[in-house]
Design a protein around this ligand. Sequence first.
Ligand code: CU
Ligand code: ZN
Length: 190
Amino acid sequence: MRSVLLIILFLIITACQANDETSRSVDMYNASGDMIGTAQLTEGDGGVDVKLKLEGLEPGYHGIHVHEYPKCDPPDFTTAGSHLNPDGNEHGLMHPEGSHLGDLPNIEADSGGLVDAELMLPEATLKDGKKSLLGGEGTSLVIHENQDDGVSQPGGESGARIACGIIAKDEKKSAETPTDPTEFNEEQEE
Ligand SMILES: [Cu+2]
Ligand SMILES: [Zn+2]
C-alpha cells in the first residue's frame, strides 16, 4: 500500500514539473564569482514578475535584461548572448519599434549599493511557448555597469555586464555556482 502511494506521489510531482512552471529563484553572481543576491521570478496574469534583492552594486542606475542563453561565465558574461528577442524587435522600452522580450526598466542601487525592486516582463511566461523564459535550456538575467538609455542599439549603451544569473529550465541549475574560478584562464582567452 505504501509503495503505491509513493508511486502516485511521484507521478503527481513529475506531472507538475513537466508543464506548469510558475516560479523560479535565480542566484545572481558578479564578475568575481561572488553571489550578490537573488531574483524571484513569478508567473502572473500579465507576464512574469521579477523581484530583485541585490547588494554590492555601484550606486545609481543599471540596465538589466533577460539574455538568450543560460550561461553566465565570468568575468564578462558574453556567454549569455544577446537580449532575448524571439520576435525580432529593436532594443529599448522607449524605441518605437521595440522592444526585446527581455528588456526591463533600469534598476537603481542606493548609496549603500543595495537594490530592492520589483519589475515586470509584460509579454513573457515561464510556461511553454515562443515567449517562454524557459525555452531550450533556459535563459539568463544580466545586470550592466551603466543605465540603459532605452533606444540605442543593440543594448541601450548600458556598458559592461557586471552580474549574471541563470534562469534554468532545470531548476537545480538556477542555484548553482556558475563556474569554477580556477578555470577562468582557460575559458577567457580572447
Ligand atoms: Cu543586458
Ligand atoms: Zn534589448
